[in-house]
Design a protein around this ligand. Structure first.
Ligand code: IVH
Length: 676
């Protein structure tokens, strides 16, 4: 094979890695396995060693991934937060140990081995024993302030216990991992499945996605967990522990959750034995582990060995290979979702994988099938990404039979036969027919589901019947159901029919956010719907919003509404059919109950508030609701028109801007006074 041009290949690799960094760190929705990602980075690193002049200073091999996202205040870590070098090979692990022995010129080193928890890195700061802040790793230098969300974690104490043996430092940044148990992950996914929502791929993505929710009440409904394993900035320096083991003991004594078990090893073989033991146990552990972390025990020696630009040189992660199995691909079936997206699914010859029988796996989209050249009849390897939902990783070409032909993605919707379309810049192929029966069914199911209008008696089976009979083609049809027709659905259904009709009638005045969510606009989830309801106060107002109402100077006006979501909203309401549907809903008497309208007072009519920083007792959402209940508006950016900036601790650029513009800055107590 011809050697690729180094410069070209390196640029290409940087671009691919940046793409996957964005998916993993910011969107919590990776497309490739950790293993494949690590392989890309390794290839780039090899090219850089061979071609040092072409290596860029800011190459992804030289820095930690960046998890910062819109809507959070930034916070600069007092001590940099690093990542870890990793390997999949025992040999390389032994080399790591040999290197430390060589550089430190001694063979009596002690190592600790801990499970590597698969979650989101976090730094929690305690000052005089009190929890003051929780920040994500971000780019290693500064991260997102997620204090409000971290406070919903039950096991994270607000106050540390000081003991004689474990003295409390004045200030300490403690590093750890926020994660979710497999059990909680399955509970949430089961709930989402019931509501026809997209499933999360693995606990890590769900935990990361949850930590980055702007609405702490959503976070509180999902059970996040935390373990703490490392130390950042510490004051005074005399408060530093001598060893990693001692620090582990202190963390426990202070009342913080730690990694459940540590192994101690004094040689390469002992380290490998500990890793093997952990590998044996990990499937029975209640938290997700993707490897082992091997650390030099002595803090003094850690300092001697130092760090590279992105990782300590005294620690190394050993990552476990995701479990794979080979099996035959019997067929590719196509599922049509609520928004018309066609998703290919692999129908497999059943095979045992990580303790379960796997017979179906996701194929993501047509591009993915083409890229991997997956053909029906092929032998493919399946992997449990994050150990939960299986995916087809690759084809075993050696076993390909000549009669296997390249797969052609259907040009027509398998349900209604309409020619499919692919929107520019999207990988998804869609059925554009809004009347496609599957789409109608899924859309109505979503509208009636607990997460949206919560209409009792209108479960999935009932919706299936209504759509099948042709009585419901669009959402407004729900409000024009004919009682006599419904009575034909079965014997003795009189009572339940009346109950159903009453529930549908009652839904007309449900909370506005439920309607917004129920429309099923791409990218618009429950939390965003609540934000939109608060800001716009009515369906009509929302339908008439322009880009400028969402985004000003690239800054989101409404916290939580990014450019993608704003574009999806605009596109949705620009569609004539959707507008007509909203009109019909309103004509039929749908009259959502909006927090701004009715019920509340009018103390803040005509006034605009901006919230910044962490308030002592209120979440941002609570504060916003209180303001809006009095007719006030809450905006995401400060301007001369802003009436008040409500600032909490760690307020950032918005506070500075308010001061510059001479906008009145108040605290939570003053806000409460104004409300009284
Ligand atoms: S120690 C200076 N210990 O893995 C960095 N990290 O892939 C020290 N992680 O960034 C990190 N479990 O977020 C350490 N027991 C553990 C860990 C752990 C999970 C994470 C951490 C790190 C990432 C590297």
């Amino acid at each position: 094979m011809a050697q690729p041009d180094p410069e070209k290949r390196m640029a290409e690799l940087r671009e691919i890695i940046a793409h996957h960094d964005e998916l993993y760190y910011r969107q919590a929705a990776p497309e490739i396995s950790d293993r494949d990602y690590d392989e890309l980075k390794r290839e780039l690193a090899e090219w850089e060693v061979a071609n040092p002049l072409l290596a860029l200073i800011d190459s992804p091999t030289q820095k930690v991934g960046d998890d910062r996202s819109d809507g959070f205040e930034s916070y600069v870590h007092r001590e940099r937060m690093m990542s870890l070098d990793n390997t999949y090979s025992g040999e390389e692990m032994q080399e790591f140990i040999a290197r430390l022995e060589r550089e430190l010129e001694r063979t009596d080193l002690t190592f600790v081995i801990e499970p590597k928890i698969d979650g989101l890195a976090v730094s929690v700061t305690y000052e005089h024993g009190r929890l003051v802040r929780a920040v994500t790793r971000g780019n290693g230098v500064e991260g997102d302030d997620i204090t409000a969300n971290a406070k919903t974690i039950r096991d994270l104490p607000g106050e540390l216990k000081g003991t004689g043996d474990a003295p409390l430092p004045d200030v300490i940044e403690i590093r750890g991992e926020i994660f979710m148990t497999t059990e909680e992950f399955q509970r949430i996914n089961a709930e989402r499945e019931e509501q026809g929502q997209e499933l999360y791929k693995n606990p890590r993505n769900l935990a990361a996605g949850t930590v980055k929710q702007l609405d702490a009440t959503v976070v509180a409904q999902r059970r996040l967990e935390i373990v703490l394993y490392g130390r950042g900035y510490t004051e005074p320096v005399e408060a530093l522990p001598q060893t990693q083991q001692q620090f582990f003991g202190w963390v426990k004594a202070w009342g913080l959750p730690t990694v459940p078990h540590q192994w101690v090893a004094r040689s390469g073989p002992e380290v490998l034995a500990a890793i093997a033991e952990l590998d044996d146990q990990r499937h029975h552990l209640p938290y997700p582990t993707d490897g082992a972390v091997v650390k030099l025990d002595s803090i003094a020696l850690q300092r001697t060995i130092g760090a590279t630009s992105k990782a300590p040189r005294w620690a190394m992660a050993y990552k476990f290979e995701a479990e794979r199995a080979e099996t035959q691909l019997r067929a590719i079936s196509i599922q049509v979702g609520r928004t018309g997206v066609l998703t290919p699914v692999a129908e497999l010859e059943p095979v045992q994988l990580a303790g379960t029988t796997v017979s179906r796996a996701t194929l993501h989209n047509g591009d993915e099938i083409a890229r991997k050249d997956i053909r029906v009849g092929d032998f493919v390897s399946v992997e449990k990404a994050g150990e939960i939902i299986p995916a087809v990783i690759a084809v075993n070409l050696a076993r390909r039979r000549p009669e296997c032909v390249p797969y052609e993605f259907p040009a027509k919707c398998p349900v209604c036969g309409t020619a499919t379309i692919q929107l520019e810049g999207e990988v998804a192929v869609r059925c554009p027919n809004v009347e496609c029966p599957v789409q109608v069914r899924r859309r109505v199911q979503h509208f009636a589901s607990r997460a949206s209008l919560d209409i009792e008696g209108l479960g999935e089976a009932m919706v299936d019947q209504l759509v099948e009979k042709g009585w419901v083609k669009r959402l407004p049809d729900l409000y024009q159901l004919d009682r006599e027709n419904l009575l034909t659905l079965g014997k003795n259904v009189g009572k339940s029919t009346d109950k159903l009709l009453a529930a549908i009638e009652a839904s007309k005045t449900a909370e506005l956010w439920r309607f917004i969510h129920g429309l099923g606009i791409p990218h618009v989830g429950a939390a965003a719907s609540k934000d939109l309801a608060r800001v716009f106060g009515g369906l009509r107002e929302l339908a008439d919003a322009t880009m400028a109402d969402y985004v000003k100077d690239k800054e989101s006006v409404i916290s939580g509404i990014g450019a993608t979501m704003a574009a999806a909203l605009i596109a949705y309401f620009a569609d004539e059919q959707n507008r007509a549907m909203i009109d019909d809903l309103l004509t039929l008497g749908v009259n959502p109950d909006s927090p701004g309208a009715g019920g509340g007072g009018s103390k803040f009519v005509g006034q605009t508030f901006v919230l910044t920083g962490t308030l002592p007792t209120l979440t941002r959402n609570e504060a916003a609701e209180m303001i809006e209940a009095q007719g006030g508006k809450v905006s995401g950016s400060v301007s001369k028109k802003t009436s008040y900036v409500v600032a909490g601790t760690e307020a950032g650029s918005k506070l500075a801007k308010a001061e510059k513009l001479g906008v009145t800055v108040i605290n939570e107590a003053t806000l409460r006074d104004l409300l009284d």
